[in-house]
Design a protein. Structure first.
Length: 115
């Protein structure tokens, strides 16, 4: 039985749906790629856990920091997840790197004449 024009209008063709999906995926990947172009980190925190020890949990949290971030604080807690089973949960707080002064923004004092 052929599909009615009304039914075709309600359900777009599979090719059109695939085209729309591909377009939205492309747009999303472009936005995600452009986000990587921003060099400065903003303030925030990263949290990670480990079953091994605090050092491992801190290392995992530091791996999540954006480029240029400066660590401003760290704290860990031990969470018992079963009888005798401990999970280490650590948070690393960070802020942006301090601004670097450029030669054009910093005046150079002139040398005093020698007598």
């Amino acid at each position: 039985m052929p599909a009615s024009p009304y039914r075709l209008a309600q359900h777009p063709a599979p090719a059109l749906a695939q085209l729309l999906l591909a377009g939205s995926l492309l747009a999303g990947s472009l936005v995600a790629g452009m986000a990587g172009l921003v060099p400065a980190a903003r303030a925030g925190s990263a949290t990670a856990s480990s079953i091994w020890n605090k050092t491992n949990a801190l290392a995992r949290a530091r791996q999540q920091l954006p480029p240029g971030a400066v660590v401003t604080g760290e704290h860990c807690q031990e969470v018992e997840v079963g009888i005798g089973n401990i999970r280490y949960l650590c948070t690393v707080e960070f802020g942006p790197a301090p601004a670097i002064s450029t030669p054009s923004s910093t005046p150079i004092p002139s040398a005093a004449p020698t007598p």
